[in-house]
Each structure stands twice: as C-alpha cells, then as structure tokens.
Design a protein around this ligand. Sequence first.
Ligand code: ATP
Ligand code: MG
Length: 397
Amino acid sequence: MDKLKGMPEPVPAAVLEVFAALRRAGFDAWLVGGCVRDRLRGAPLKDWDVATSADTSAILESIPRAIPIGGVHGTAMVATAAGPVELTPLRANSLAGDLARRDFTINALALDPLRAQLFDPCGGQRDLERGVLRACGEARRRLDEDPLRALRAARLVAELALRPDDELRATLPAFAPALARVAAERVRAELDRLLAAPLAARGVTLLRETGLEAVLFPFASADAAILIERLPAGDDLRLSAWLRGTRSAALLARWRFPKQRAAEVERVLLLHPVDASLRTNEAAVRRLRKRSRGAKILERALTLRRAELGGGDDASEAHAALDALAAAIARVRHHPLRVSDLALNGREVGAVLGIPPGPRIGQALRFLAECVLEDPARNNPENLRALLREWKPEDKR
Ligand code: ATP
Ligand code: MG
C-alpha cells in the first residue's frame, strides 16, 4: 500500500459522496481499473469504476439513487455531477483478490479516495511510468484464462502508447488460434477501441507481428498499419483501409460488426482504388457517381485513395489526377443519374407509348436514364418524349 505521491487532481466531491455513503453504512470502497490508471497518467476520465465490500443489495440500500444495471457482476450505477459511477461488489473475498483477477498491472490499481491510499500489488504504477504493458502474474496463464486479453493488449498499447514487456510479447502468438473462440461481440468492441486509438498503427503492427491479425482479418495487406493512422481516428475508413483486398463483408459479419457499417465499408472498397479506371469524360464520371450510390461514399473512396498514395514526391502525379477527378465529380454533382431523376415519370411514359403499367414502362424508363446519363441536356420532357417515340424495346440495355 502506497501513500499517493502527487494526485493529479482531487476526486470530485460528487464522487466522494458515494464513498462517504458506503462508509457510513460500514463498507469499504475503492476506485479501480481504468479510472485509477488514467488519473495517474493525468488523462481525463470518462467514468468512475468502484469496487466495494458491499453486495448489490447493500449498495442499493446505502445509496438510494443507485440503479442496478444487471450483468453477472451485480453492478449498480449512480449518476453524479462528475459523471456516472459504477459500483461492483468485490469479485473476490478481498481487494487484493479482486485486483489479482485483473488483466494487466496498469489495470490492477485501486485507490481509496477517502484515505488517499493507492493499492498497487503488481507494480502497475512503475510500469505506467516506464510505458510498459505487463500481465498481472504469469502472462501465459492470464491469457489462457481469457484469450481476449491478447487483443486487449494490442488495444492498450495503441491507446496508451505502451510497449508490451518481453514475456507478454513472446506469449501472444500462442493465443492467436484461441481468439477464434472468444465471443465475437467482445472482439469487435476491442477492435473498435483499437481503431479509435491515436496510435492505432502500433496496435495493428503488434497484431500482425504476433499472428493475431491473421486470425482476425486474414489476407489484410501489409501496409494497413501506416494507412490506418493517416485516416481519422474512429472513422470506419480505417476499417476499409485495413480490409483492402479481403472479403470485407464476410470478415465484418464474422466479428458481428453492425450490418450498416459493414455495408458502407464494402461499398467504399468496391470503388477502391477510385482512380483505377479513370477516364475524364463526364459520362464516365457520372457512371462512377451512379455506381457509388451517394456522394458520401465516393468522397470516402477518394479520401482512402489519397491516404494510400501518401505524401511522397512520386505520388504527386496521382494526387493531381485525383484532384481532377474530384473536380469532375463536383461538376456533375447535379446531373441526373437514375430513373428517379428523369423529367418524365412512369405514367407520362405510358401515355407517350400508349401502353398500360407493366414491365415495359420500367424498361423504357431505364432506357431514358441511360440516354440522360450520356447527356444530361436531354433531360427535358419534349426531348425525352422524342427519344421514346424512336425507342424500340430491343434497344434495352
Ligand atoms: P476504461 O474503459 O475505463 O478506460 P479500461 O480501458 O481498462 O477502462 P475496460 O474494458 O473498461 O477497460 O475494463 C475496466 C477494468 O476491468 C480494466 O481496467 C481491468 O482492470 C478489468 N478488466 C476488463 N476486462 C478484463 C479482462 N478481460 N480480464 C481481466 N480484467 C479485465
Ligand atoms: Mg471502463
């Protein structure tokens, strides 16, 4: 048990009140895990995790405002002016037992804010100062208990700018196959946090070098790490970057990424590299817009390609071509692309052709859309009527 050297900031009164209430009811309580670690780093806190000797019903009795949030650990939540406080009964008979179950030394820290005492049984504070990520106890055994910890290691390395100690580093490769058995939702949550981290490249590189990436995202290309860091943190373009050349939809479904996110990643990749079949004629650019189904996806494909080209001298010509493409895209921004953009609707088409509603109307509309895609000036009712009168259904494309 250490007396605290210099606490970055006092624990807010609103949080201390929760501790005081538990104390009055005869229970001990400690701040634990990420919030203690982040305070020592001087980083801003999102939430407050508390471990207490009270069980769930005693928590709810001592703090009437607390709400049980369910889950296997019997956690309760109190909203305070300083953010949400999550209270979990000790996961062992003692604080030491609770801390010993945690994954890494820097997460096995507890703080009694009323007595200003830090509990650091695994040497987490020293590791934090040295910038080292180390398993609490024997790495092999800890990863064996929960192979997700291998992925958490990469995520923490990326989030906190740490390096794994030699033992942890050497142990990771053996746990690559085990990742396949971890619940996909847990894997996905860690991948998302990794991709939101400022040093994501460091985490991705660790995954690659330890063989974990080959289980998560097989066949990802070797330059993924640098490319990811050139794209905004937390943006799904980072996923697109990582998954170039893979069957992205299948991989994202495998790890239970939401369908809509997976679909967008795939749509960006379908356009990638966006300058591959670059022709400057406007009809081709309109076709590209149509194929991209939305200006946003096209915009994103351009951003991904720019990041991929990087800033080297040899890339300047390709960048100039992309600028020209972006300008051409902007020029055709308001051009009609599809049936819904036509100056005639299905009913009007039927009237011109003298036919009842049916598949032939759809055929005619698609023919007109195709004509208009070639030349947007054709998109006015008189012109379209003239085209229709000349149209022969075998013209269908
Ligand atoms: P925060 O989200 O507050 O930044 P964190 O980054 O450490 O915290 P969380 O996933 O929120 O990550 O976990 C909170 C704490 O619970 C961790 O600091 C750690 O002590 C413990 N913990 C979480 N997951 C595991 C695990 N798989 N094995 C062991 N301990 C874990
Ligand atoms: Mg947390």
